[in-house]
Design a protein around this ligand. Structure first.
Ligand SMILES: Cc1cc2nc3c(=O)[nH]c(=O)nc-3n(C[C@H](O)[C@H](O)[C@H](O)COP(=O)(O)OP(=O)(O)OC[C@H]3O[C@@H](n4cnc5c(N)ncnc54)[C@H](O)[C@@H]3O)c2cc1C
Length: 555
């Protein structure tokens, strides 16, 4: 079954949950008109459907390969990347003077969903390249920007993000890669990085690595980390001292090379200030977190389309009232699974579009609040929907033939990388919600209540009631967290259930908002309200009274 770009669903979500209709009408969308949007989405859909989507299975089967330090992506991918980049897709939300289209981040988010649904392994490279452009634009000096940003945007080179080391994953304070300053103002970088996405490949000649490292006199922990730009090829064209020494064999995203990188006195240039590297990397990570959440939505959409088509074709059993065997879509339980898949996918997409809107509108606090929600909630729904998709296929889903298994394998990384979802939950609760003076969490809850009341008034009584009760429970959970601000053990134990409550309420409100704008309660929104938002008050018990397992319980 071939995947089709879900243009109508994306557009409805962008225009309503993402507020793009309002921003286009009031001229706050960078001059974007509804006609432009139609054209861009159609163009992206064409490339994604015709060129990228056929590569999904092929890339999974062939994978990327390493021989003598050279990584080869599936045959044809270098030309594919060239064609994709030449169409301008690296610069959708960059200003025209950087070679970009100058469009809102919401539009970049919409097309990124299409690339990722079509072929996640291909789309991961551009995620890092676009994040690096943001980081360089925000933190690098003029010379470094001039030397690399235009080439990253045009597609002449790609970028990577080098944080992880064997002993430093979630805890970047432990990283050991060294940087030594030279008389000419450059630095020499020495150390080993692991799990570096697209650390080496044949899509472009040049690769720009953004590397976190430590100066000899740097303070310990995260306050002593600096960011460096280390190109694969030096300005004179010679090879820099960085090589790929291994490729991981992994569960999914087989065509995306996950590289071990060795830096041996490689020449690097400082990006931003010494010891302020983590702040610089966060610029890159914010975009990467939004796009990692989006990966969940993208894979979910593909799993949904595939499972729906399968359910129409597979004949097994008699549906209620039927006299002979028919397609499994006749079974209410199969349709229930499909509707759950649809509602989770739409919910994830709506939350991602809200976060992208906050970025576009310069609502930094709201964007900061929603970023961990998008990263964790959308990546979780990606795995859940891909797993439901496999379930709909029965045994045909578990064997590799149909591609349903690949979707689950590909989706499974998203709750892990870009900061594990546990870390996202802690970020949401301790740094965003409990930050002294934070106003947006209460504003979000008030907003959800308003949407609930609106729904109740406009003929959507049940979802409105469910959403109002969930908002109430979320407010109580926030009070519990506030009261526990000094009890680290219990506070940190409630972070994940708190994020789950928060996500369900925000997603439920966003879907209800779409339903209200559309003038009728969509089945997706109603289903999400009843299947997920209705669970939120029950989750308060886990947050409030949940027993905290002791270390002893695991000895
Ligand atoms: C396919 C793939 C691609 C990747 N791409 C890149 C890349 O391009 N660049 C890059 O730098 N890295 C990359 N990574 C690394 C990835 O970001 C890390 O794997 C991730 O951040 C987790 O670190 P870790 O694996 O060391 O796990 P750990 O940090 O050891 O975590 C193990 C478990 O402990 C939990 N845990 C750890 N610390 C805490 C805490 N403080 N509170 C609560 N729970 C905690 C985690 O949630 C997790 O469940 C990639 C990884 C993979 C597998």
């Amino acid at each position: 079954v071939s995947w089709r770009a879900p243009i109508d669903a994306i557009r409805l979500s962008l225009e309503t949950a993402g507020g793009l209709a309002e921003d286009m009408a009031s001229g706050r969308a960078g001059g974007l008109t509804p006609e432009d949007l139609t054209g861009i989405l159609a163009e992206a859909a064409r490339f994604a459907e015709e060129r990228l989507s056929p590569e999904n299975r092929r890339g999974d089967k062939l994978g990327s390969r390493l021989e003598a330090g050279v990584v080869t992506t599936p045959a044809g991918w270098p030309a594919l990347y060239k064609a994709w980049a030449e169409a301008g897709w690296n610069g959708v939300d960059l200003p025209a003077d950087l070679g970009g289209m100058g469009l809102p981040t919401r539009v970049a988010t919409a097309v990124m969903e299409l690339w990722t649904s079509a072929c996640m392994s291909f789309a991961l490279g551009p995620v890092l390249t676009q994040g690096a452009v943001d980081a360089l634009e925000a933190h690098a000096d003029a010379a470094l920007k001039a030397a690399y940003v235009p080439k990253l945007v045009s597609g002449e080179c790609t970028a990577t993000m080098n944080l992880t080391e064997p002993q430093a994953g979630s805890d970047l304070g432990l990283l050991r890669t060294k940087a030594e300053k030279q008389a000419d103002g450059t630095y020499r970088i020495t150390g080993s990085k692991i799990y570096i996405t697209y650390g080496e490949h044949d899509l472009t000649e040049q690769i720009v690595h953004l590397v976190l490292a430590r100066l000899p006199d740097a303070p310990a922990g995260t306050r002593g980390i600096s960011m460096f730009l280390v190109p694969k090829l030096l300005p004179d064209g010679s090879r820099n001292g960085v090589v790929c020494t291994g490729l991981e064999h992994k569960l999914g995203i087989h065509a995306s090379p996950t590289c071990s990188m060795t830096y041996d006195t490689a020449v690097g240039w400082l990006v931003g200030e010494e010891n302020r590297g983590l702040a610089g990397m966060f610029t890159m990570m914010n975009k990467a977190r939004l796009y990692t959440g989006l990966q969940g939505v993208a894979v979910a959409e593909r799993a949904l389309q595939q499972a729906t088509a399968f359910a129409h074709g597979r004949v097994q059993g008699r549906g209620p009232g039927a006299s002979e065997a028919g397609p499994i879509i006749a079974h209410p339980d199969v349709r229930r699974n499909l509707m759950l898949m649809r509602s989770l996918t739409a919910a994830g997409r709506a939350v991602a579009h809200r976060a992208a809107a906050a970025i576009d509108r310069g609502q930094d606090e709201l964007a900061g609040l929603l970023t961990p929600v998008v990263k964790a909630f959308c990546s979780e729904i990606g795995v859940e929907v891909a797993s439901l998709g496999m379930q709909v296929h029965g045994g045909m889903g578990y064997v590799e033939e149909t591609g349903a298994a690949q979707l689950l394998r590909d989706a499974r990384i998203t709750p892990i990388y870009e900061g594990t979802n546990g870390i996202q939950a802690i970020d949401l609760l301790t740094r965003k919600v409990l930050r002294p003076g934070a106003e947006t969490p209460a504003m979000e809850i008030a907003r959800c209540r308003r949407i609930a009341a609106d729904a109740a008034k406009r003929g959507m009584a049940e979802p409105g009631r469910v959403l109002a009760a969930a908002a109430e429970a979320l407010e109580r959970a926030t009070d519990v967290a506030t009261a526990r601000a000094n009890d680290q053990e219990r506070l940190l134990a409630m972070a994940t259930p708190y994020l789950q409550m928060f996500s369900a309420v925000v997603a439920g409100a966003a879907l209800t908002e779409i339903a209200l704008a559309d003038g009728r309660m969509s089945e997706e929104a109603a289903f999400f309200a009843l299947a997920r938002v209705a669970m939120v008050p029950g989750m308060l018990a886990e947050v409030d009274h949940g027993a905290l397992p002791s270390w002893g319980a695991f000895s």
